[in-house]
Design a binder for this molecule. Structure first.
Ligand code: BT5
Length: 333
């Protein structure tokens, strides 16, 4: 099932009316009269609203009362009171999809999708970088953001740094959990991976047409189950979850804050404030000044990680020289 920010009108009419009369019971007849829809339609919408995770109480002869919000990242929940200029105003929510990245890439060329978010509750074929697997069962936050940015291809190489800084700061602010960033695109908690991202850029003659940033965040997953599926993958270094099953949180608030911070950081990138982004990332980093070994397509490189260059690459001092690494996976020495 798919929900968007621009349809589901009838359902939203009922939900908005219930939300705006929080402490009252509203009868099916009242809702039908005020909203000018049939009683059967009211009943169908309320059934659906409950299935979507909202708590609606009902009492015989009195009617329905809104009690509690859903935890699902539904489009209208994300866009309501969102502080951004363009990001997240439009979104698609899938209960199940192969990969949000695949869907986002298909619609990305359309100009109206600038800032659009594609979210899934579950992915059947979640992708990592270099066609690796991303395990995305229910409980995580799996999403892709489409941008038609004003910055150049050179600056786009800094996007994983910018996105992971925004996400790391958001998690610390909203959930008060200490996170670290790990080059090039990971967020860790207790040294294990809690989020990863991947970027697909479409360009023509050095001009960016669209970018799709895919983000996988282990919000409330079972690390043991994910670990079982991953131990054979060569770059695996452990899985962490932000919340365990017994904890409650507010994922809608988390994603709204992220969208806001990400839009701000994209603005900085567009205005050439790369050193601000890099120094913010470095403060959160568990990579810089460490001895590292990196797996690259051309073999392993060992040395001390010195800094992130303006193009997002990592500068490493090996025994004999200083090297720049653009793509790779870090293993700590
Ligand atoms: C990434 O790749 O970390 C990018 C992950 C991006 C996932 C998002 S979800 C929404 C959007 N739609 C998609 O289809 N994808 C994006 P990479 O750095 O290559 O890391 C992949 C590696 O992380 C795998 O080889 C595993 O070792 C490990 N891994 C896979 N699933 C994981 C999980 N849920 N938690 C922690 N580690 C995982």
């Amino acid at each position: 099932m798919i929900y968007t920010s621009f349809d589901n009108v009838g359902l939203l009419k009922v939900l908005t009316f219930l939300k705006s009369h929080k402490s009252e019971y509203l009868s099916g007849q009242d809702l039908s009269d005020v909203l000018k829809i049939s009683r059967v339609a009211v009943w169908k919408h309320i059934k659906k609203i409950r299935e979507l995770g909202y708590k609606i109480e009902s009492k015989q002869k009195r009617g329905y009362k809104y009690v509690k919000n859903t935890e699902r990242l539904l489009p209208w929940e994300i866009s309501s009171d969102l502080k951004t200029k363009y990001m997240g105003k439009r979104s698609y929510y899938f209960e199940e999809i192969d990969s949000t990245q695949n869907f986002a890439l298909q619609i990305a060329p359309n100009k109206k999708e600038h800032g659009t978010i594609v979210i899934a509750q579950k992915q059947t074929h979640g992708k990592g970088r270099l066609n690796r697997k991303w395990i995305s069962s229910k409980g995580g936050i799996w999403f892709s953001i489409i941008l038609h940015p004003k910055f150049s291809i050179e600056e786009s190489t800094l996007l994983p740094i910018a996105a992971s800084l925004a996400l790391s700061n958001t998690i610390q602010k909203i959930l008060k959990i200490k996170t670290n960033v790990k080059w090039p695109n990971d967020i860790t908690v207790n040294g294990k991976k809690v989020a990863g991202m991947l970027i697909d850029v479409s360009s023509q003659s050095n001009q960016i047409e669209s970018v799709v940033i895919g983000i996988g965040l282990n919000y409330k997953i079972k690390p043991i189950e994910v670990t079982k599926k991953l131990t054979k993958s060569p770059n695996f270094y452990g899985v962490e979850t932000l919340l365990n099953e017994t904890q409650t949180g507010n994922p809608i608030q988390l994603i709204k804050e992220f969208i806001y911070q990400f839009e701000e950081i994209i603005e900085q990138l567009t205005n050439g404030m790369t050193s601000k982004i890099i120094s913010g990332w470095t403060r959160n980093s568990e990579t810089i000044r460490k001895k590292v070994t990196i797996n690259t397509a051309n073999g392993k490189i060992s040395g001390v990680a010195i800094k992130i260059n303006n193009d997002g690459s990592l500068r490493i001092k090996t025994k004999h020289k200083t090297e720049r690494v653009f793509v790779g996976d870090i293993l700590y020495s």
